[in-house]
Design a protein around this ligand. Structure first.
Ligand code: SF4
Length: 187
């Protein structure tokens, strides 16, 4: 089947590849600018996302929006998706087999968006997309070149709600993301 946004979204929204299809309310496909230079990739939907079908809309999402605003990135200008499109019960970590079954949707989204920068939100997506032994506490904010993409990871906003001491580092990382975006997109 030809890779188009419509085909991909329709397939994803009726997906029954893994057991999470049985407990989800909505598939959280992804949202934002489909031609974005910057793409954020989180881990999996939480409760608010499962209820709304939109990524990063709960408390953690609102905190993430504040970082975007403070560093001067418009949420509508970026594309935001999760590695897993359905909520794991009680927000447990995604199982490796669920990641294996779902990652194709994310790969297809990246192919369609063709961003210049991909920023992983949190340890789980960094371990999957950057390196499987990625250490978020040591390597957040560090840039990696992987294939056609420049990538880094920042803390997941839900971690910042649990550990507000990390907010200063998050702000520095998000400023660096904006600076890298400006550098790569300046005419
Ligand atoms: S998590 Fe992914 S693979 Fe599993 S049912 Fe949802 S869309 Fe399909």
């Amino acid at each position: 089947m030809e890779l188009t946004w419509d085909n991909l979204e329709n397939e994803c929204k009726s997906c029954t590849r893994c057991e999470l299809c049985g407990t989800r309310t909505n598939v959280v496909f992804g949202c934002g600018n489909r031609n974005a230079d910057l793409m954020f990739v989180g881990e999996a939907p939480g409760e608010s996302e499962d209820l709304s079908g939109i990524p990063f809309v709960g408390r953690a999402g609102r905190l993430f929006d504040r970082y975007l605003e403070v560093v001067g990135i418009q949420r509508e200008s970026v594309y935001i998706a999760n590695m897993l499109k359905c909520r794991p019960p009680k927000n447990r970590d995604p199982k490796p087999e669920e990641q294996d079954l779902c990652i194709e949707y994310l790969r297809a989204q990246v192919k369609l968006v063709k961003p210049k920068l991909i920023v992983c939100l949190g340890r789980i997506s960094a371990m999957r997309l950057i390196r499987n032994d990625f250490k978020i506490t040591k390597e957040h904010g560090v840039w990696f070149d992987k294939g056609d993409y420049r990538m880094c990871a920042v803390y997941h906003p839900s971690l910042l709600l649990r550990d507000p001491r990390k907010k200063t580092e998050m702000l520095e990382d998000m400023k660096a993301v904006k600076a890298e975006l400006d550098r790569l997109t300046e005419k």
